[in-house]
Design a protein around this ligand. Sequence first.
Ligand SMILES: *[C@@H]1O[C@H](CO)[C@@H](O)[C@H](O)[C@H]1NC(C)=O
Ligand SMILES: *[C@@H]1O[C@H](CO)[C@@H](O)[C@H](O)[C@H]1NC(C)=O
Ligand SMILES: *[C@@H]1O[C@H](CO)[C@@H](O)[C@H](O)[C@H]1NC(C)=O
Ligand SMILES: *[C@@H]1O[C@H](CO)[C@@H](O)[C@H](O)[C@H]1NC(C)=O
Ligand SMILES: *[C@@H]1O[C@H](CO)[C@@H](O)[C@H](O)[C@H]1NC(C)=O
Ligand SMILES: *[C@@H]1O[C@H](CO)[C@@H](O)[C@H](O)[C@H]1NC(C)=O
Length: 671
Amino acid sequence: MLAKIASFVVLLLIHVASSSADGGQFVYQGFAAANLTLDGLAAVTPGGLLALTNATFQTKAHAFHPLPIHFLNASSSAAPGARSFSTCFVFAIVSAYDRLSDHGLAFVVTPTTNFSAAKAGQYLGLLGAINGTASDRVLAVELDTIMNPELRDMNSNHVGVDVNRMISEQAQPAGYYDDAGGGAWRGLQLNSRKPMQVWVDYDGQAGQLNVTLAPVRVPKPKKPLLSVPVDLSTFMADTMYVGFSSATGVIVTRHYVLGWSFSLDGPAPPLDFSKLPALPRLGPKPRSKVLDVLLPLATALLVAAVLAAFFFMVWRRRRYAEVREDWEDAFGPHRFSYKDLFHATSGFKERNLLGIGGFGRVYKGVLPASSLEIAVKRVSHDSRQGVREFVAEVVSIGRLRHRNLVQLLGYCRRQGELLLVYDFMENGSLDKYLHDPQMPTLSWHERYKIIKGVAASLLYLHEDWEQVVIHRDIKASNVLLDHEMNGRVGDFGLARLYDHGTDPRTTHVVGTMGYLAPELVRTGKATPLTDVFSFGVFLLEVACGRRPIDRDDHNSRVVLVDRVIEHHRNGSILDAVDPRLVGKYETKEAALVLKLGLMCAHPLPNLRPTMRRVVQYLDSDQPVPDPSPSYMSYSMMSMMQNDGFDSYVMSSKPSMTSIGVSSVSVLSEGR
Ligand SMILES: *[C@@H]1O[C@H](CO)[C@@H](O)[C@H](O)[C@H]1NC(C)=O
Ligand SMILES: *[C@@H]1O[C@H](CO)[C@@H](O)[C@H](O)[C@H]1NC(C)=O
Ligand SMILES: *[C@@H]1O[C@H](CO)[C@@H](O)[C@H](O)[C@H]1NC(C)=O
Ligand SMILES: *[C@@H]1O[C@H](CO)[C@@H](O)[C@H](O)[C@H]1NC(C)=O
Ligand SMILES: *[C@@H]1O[C@H](CO)[C@@H](O)[C@H](O)[C@H]1NC(C)=O
Ligand SMILES: *[C@@H]1O[C@H](CO)[C@@H](O)[C@H](O)[C@H]1NC(C)=O
C-alpha cells in the first residue's frame, strides 16, 4: 500500500508538478502516465502521445486536465476578476496527404467537459452553433487548417481566438516573428507534420490575451502572433477545465499533442523537448542504417555483376562470333573455329602479321592443340551469294594435294569475312627475293627448281586433278617458298571469290596487272591458257629479276615481255637475264626459260603451249622453238594500250585489278 502511494507520488512529481494547492499549475512531458479526461476519438498512445483524432469520419475528440482550475480571484475586494493564466503546448497535425488536411484543433477553456451537444467538422467539437449559448462559455484558441467562409475564415492555415462563438475575435495566418532574424515574419504551415509550440498568455489585469506560435525548439518569440483585448472577468466561471478539442472531417488527419504545461498567475513552465514523445513515422518502418547503406550497395554490385557477365558474354559472342550455316556441315573437318584461330594468332596482333596482299591480311599462327604452324588469311567479302559456291570450292581445293601447292587446311566464316587457313611457308614469298635488294639473291639453280615446281603444280591444277582448276593469279608474290626453298603456289581459286556474287551482266576480271592475258581483259573469261600467259610472264620475271611492268632509266614504262623480245630480236636474249646473277647461270636453261616465257606469254592464246607441254620442255631440255616472226613484231605495250589498259597501267607496282565493262577499278592492296 505504502509502495503504491509512494510510486503514485513519484509519478505525480515527475508528470504533474503541482505547485499550488488548487492545481493551478501542471506540466505534461508526454501523456503516458497522465490521467486526462478523454472523450470521442481522443486517446493516449503507448508512446505517450495525446492523439486527438484518427481516421474516423465526422467525429469529435476532447482531452482535459482532470481537475478544474479556479479562474476567479475570490479575494478580490472589488468585483471578482479573472486571474491571469499561461499555458504552452506542442502539437503536430499529421495528414495522410502532404499539405492537405482536415479540420484543426483548439485549446479550450470550458466550464464543462460534457461536449455532447457540440458539433464536429468545422465546429471543432466546440459548440453546437456558430454562436455559443450563455451556458456554453467556451474560450478557444483555434489552429485551423480549413478555410470556412461561413465562419469568416481568412485562409486554411490560421490561428484565431474564439470567445464563445465560432467566428474568431481576431485571427492571423500561422507564423511567427523571428527574434533570431530581427523579428522578421516567418510563415508556418500548421499541417506540415512538424511539431510546433503554442503559448497562450492571458493578462487578467490588462484584459489581454496573447497567442504566440513557433517551431519546436525555437525560443518563444517576443512579439506574439495575436494580442487580443478581451475581458474574461464576467465570462469566466469560478472553476473551469482546460484541454483540447478537435474534430475530423473527411481527410485522414491526426492531431497530436506532445506536451503541455499550464500555470495560473505566472508563465507556464517550459517544456523539456528531449522528454517529449516522438511522432509516429508516416509510411512503413524505416530500414536500419546498415541496410540503408548495404542494400543499395549490394544491389548495385549485383546489377554491375550481372551487367558485366552479360557484356562479357556479348563480347565473347561478338569476339568469337562466326557465321555457320547448315550446308556447311558437309565440310565439317575443314571448318576451324574462330576462337582457335583467334588464339593461334594471339588475337590477330600486328606482330603476327606476315603481309598484306590483294585479298587481305595474312597472319602467322600456331594451333595450340597440334602446335602446327599456320598462316591465316582474312579475306573480307560483302557478297552473300556466291559464298556457298566459294566455300565448296575452297573445300574441294583443300582436297588438292601437291608438293608445290600451299596446302589449304580449312576455313572459318564470320560476318563479312572469310578466314582461310594454310600451311605456314617458312621462307615467305618469292617476289621479295626477286625484287627486294635487301634480300639475298636466289641462285640460278634455285630459280630453276622453283620454276619447275610451279609448272608442275599448274599442270596438276589444269590436267591432273579430277576437275580443271584455274589459278587466275599466277605471279611471283603468290609463289611461296618452303623450308627447302621449293616454290609452292598459293592463293589458288581466291580470285573466284570476286567472280561469284557479282553482277552477271558486268564482267569482272580479277588478276594482277602485267600478268593478265589480253583476251582475258577483252572477254573476262579465264581459261587454263590465261594461266599459261601469267606463267609466261612469271618465267620472264624470275629469269630477269624484273617486274612485268617496270620503269626504265628514263622513267618510261617498259613491259617485260617487250624488253625480252627486244633482246631476242637483237640476237642476245641472254642479255635479259637478271644482272644480279653476275653471269652465274646455265646458259641453256636460261635461254629455255626466256624463250618459253615468251611462248607462254604469246598474245594469241592458241599459240601458247599447254602446261603439259611446258613441263615437257622444262624436263627434257628440248630446245624451245624460236618465237614466230609475227610475234616478234608485236608490242605488248601497244596491245595493252589498245585494250584500254593505259588508263590504269599507271602504277609500276603490280596490284590487283578489277576491270568491269564500263568501269575500271583498282583494288588497292590491303583490301
Ligand atoms: C483519474 O481521473 C478520474 C476522474 O476523471 C478519477 O476518478 C481517477 O481516480 C483518476 N485516476 C488517477 C490515477 O488519478
Ligand atoms: C479511432 O479511435 C477509436 C477510439 O479510440 C477506435 O475505436 C478506432 O478503432 C480508431 N480508429 C482507427 C482507424 O485507428
Ligand atoms: C486578487 O485581487 C486582488 C485585488 O484586486 C489582488 O491584490 C490579488 O493579487 C489578486 N490575486 C491573484 C491571485 O490574482
Ligand atoms: C451532457 O449534456 C447533455 C445535454 O447537452 C445531457 O443530456 C447529458 O446528460 C450530459 N451528460 C452528462 C454525462 O452529464
Ligand atoms: C451571433 O451573435 C452576433 C452578435 O454577437 C450576432 O450579430 C449574430 O447575428 C449572431 N448569429 C447567429 C447565427 O445567431
Ligand atoms: C501581450 O503582448 C503585448 C505586446 O504585443 C505585451 O505588451 C504584453 O505584455 C503581452 N501580455 C502577456 C500576458 O504576455
